[in-house]
Ligand binder design. Structure first.
Ligand SMILES: Nc1ncnc2c1ncn2[C@@H]1O[C@H](COP(=O)(O)OP(=O)(O)OP(=O)(O)O)[C@@H](O)[C@H]1O
Length: 266
């Protein structure tokens, strides 16, 4: 049943891009790139260095305005001018750098930039923060994701392990009703055990119905958790493969140009 859901894609992608172009002077970072993310899937995006993966992700998350092309979310055309606009539409990005403030607490980090104010005039006029509510929601969210190995929600983020920090960033990304979470190299800086925990966390997030874009150079991780693999090459989508029917060496040879996918061979 689950397998069938994953293999037969629904007709309409949740997030879709067609013909994205981004030029930096004489460098073409995106060369008519297409992209499709279906509801509830983990889509890995892989490609050689400089293939244009970051540019693609930046265009989808509002960090870059493409020179040409169209993006649609849930069938509606969107044109994000900033990451905040993409966030408001339900697209969150967890950057490799995590963008957390080390000296702030877990709860404060989760609400960074979208702090809750106290009800009534205390909040609207005096701008007082509703710390209790923020702590409660942060705790609930981390518990929900099975991340409450951190005992104290007021603990400073700098005292957490790499995996726990990743957890806080993911909890933040999923705490605000997001429909799409883009994760940029989430396991790159982590050890074996912590990577495992983060992979489980990504699967957990998918179980909650959030679609995930996973940018990674780690082939075993990609093949372990992705439902489909988008291969990016020379600024565009070369092909999309199913990890159940293709091997890692297929993926690498397509990525590097050593082989051409069958559907493209004339
Ligand atoms: N701000 C920029 N100014 C000039 N060139 C850029 C800029 N950003 C990206 N590029 C160029 O665009 C191309 C695609 O870069 P991009 O970072 O999107 O690739 P990538 O696949 O994410 O690479 P990597 O895996 O190495 O991070 C590269 O040739 C890069 O040098």
């Amino acid at each position: 049943m689950t397998l069938e859901l994953r293999t037969s894609q629904p007709a309409e992608p949740l997030l879709k891009a067609r013909g994205l172009v981004k030029r930096y002077g004489r460098v073409t970072a995106l060369d008519h790139a297409d992209f499709d993310l279906y509801p509830g899937e983990i889509l890995a995006v892989i490609g050689d260095n400089g293939a244009g993966k970051s540019s693609l992700i930046r265009a989808l998350s509002g960090a870059l305005v493409p020179d040409e092309g169209e993006i649609s979310l849930n069938g509606e055309r969107v044109a994000f001018r900033s990451p905040l606009e993409a966030q408001a539409a339900g697209i969150e990005t967890v950057h490799q750098t995590l963008a957390l403030s080390p000296s702030l607490s877990i709860a404060d980090n989760m609400f960074l930039g979208r702090e809750l104010r106290r009800p009534g005039v205390l909040g609207s006029v005096c701008r007082m923060l509703d710390r209790k509510a923020m702590q409660r929601i942060a705790r609930d969210k981390l518990t929900e994701l099975g991340l409450l190995t951190v005992q104290n929600i007021n603990q400073r983020v700098e005292t957490l392990s790499g995996g726990q920090r990743q957890g806080v960033a993911v909890a933040r990304a999923t705490a605000f009703g997001s429909r799409v979470v883009i994760m940029d190299e989430p396991t790159a800086a982590l050890g074996v055990k912590e990577s495992r925990r983060v992979l489980e966390l990504i699967l957990d997030v998918r179980r909650r119905g959030v679609a995930i874009v996973l940018i990674s150079h780690n082939m075993p991780h990609v093949f372990e958790i992705a439902d489909r693999i988008h291969i990016h090459r020379l600024g565009r989508r070369l092909t999309v493969i199913d990890p159940k029917t293709h091997s890692m060496s297929d993926a690498v040879s397509f990525m590097t140009g050593a082989r051409t996918p069958i559907e493209m061979a004339a």
